[in-house]
Design a protein around this ligand. Structure first.
Ligand code: THU
Length: 136
């Protein structure tokens, strides 16, 4: 698939997501996920899933990465890379898609890169997964 992102930026996003996966706190599911987002500044922010003994309090890697970026002052997120460590990389869950849509450059235009632990990746757009996000 074509991309507006440079090969260097994709490389950095993918390797940051893979490394972040190693920091997941997933003692209940055993399913570790890492994510990396790139803000408008082109800085990268990592996230990993953080589980809790009260299972419903778990936060996905994607949201941790987005909140990390927003807490650092970013308001636009151009791209996200996600590594779930599976042969067929898992796309973001519905809740994370809605959170990602909040910070997309314009409707649906955020790049979503799914990658394996070996660094293979495939790129799509947020609108491929969530064509009609909720908005007020
Ligand atoms: N998880 C994510 O981190 N991202 C997703 O998009 C889906 C699921 C996490 C949550 C939980 O810690 C584990 O994967 C199993 O659901």
């Amino acid at each position: 698939m074509t991309t507006e992102l440079s090969a260097e930026i994709i490389d950095r996003l993918v390797s940051t997501a893979i490394q972040a996966r190693g920091r997941a706190y997933a003692p209940y599911s055993g399913f570790s996920v890492g994510a990396a987002v790139m803000g408008e500044s082109e800085n990268l922010y990592a996230g990993a899933n953080v589980e809790n003994a009260s299972y419903g309090l778990t936060v996905c890697a994607e949201r941790v990465a987005v909140f990390n970026a927003v807490a650092h002052g970013e308001r636009i997120i151009k791209a996200i890379a996600i590594c779930s460590g599976t042969e067929h990389p898992a796309p973001p869950c519905g809740a994370c898609l809605q959170v990602l849509a909040e910070f997309a450059p314009k409707s649906g235009s955020m790049a979503v890169i799914l990658c394996t632990s070996q660094g293979e990746w495939a790129e799509s757009k947020l609108s491929d997964y969530l064509p009609r996000p909720f908005s007020l």
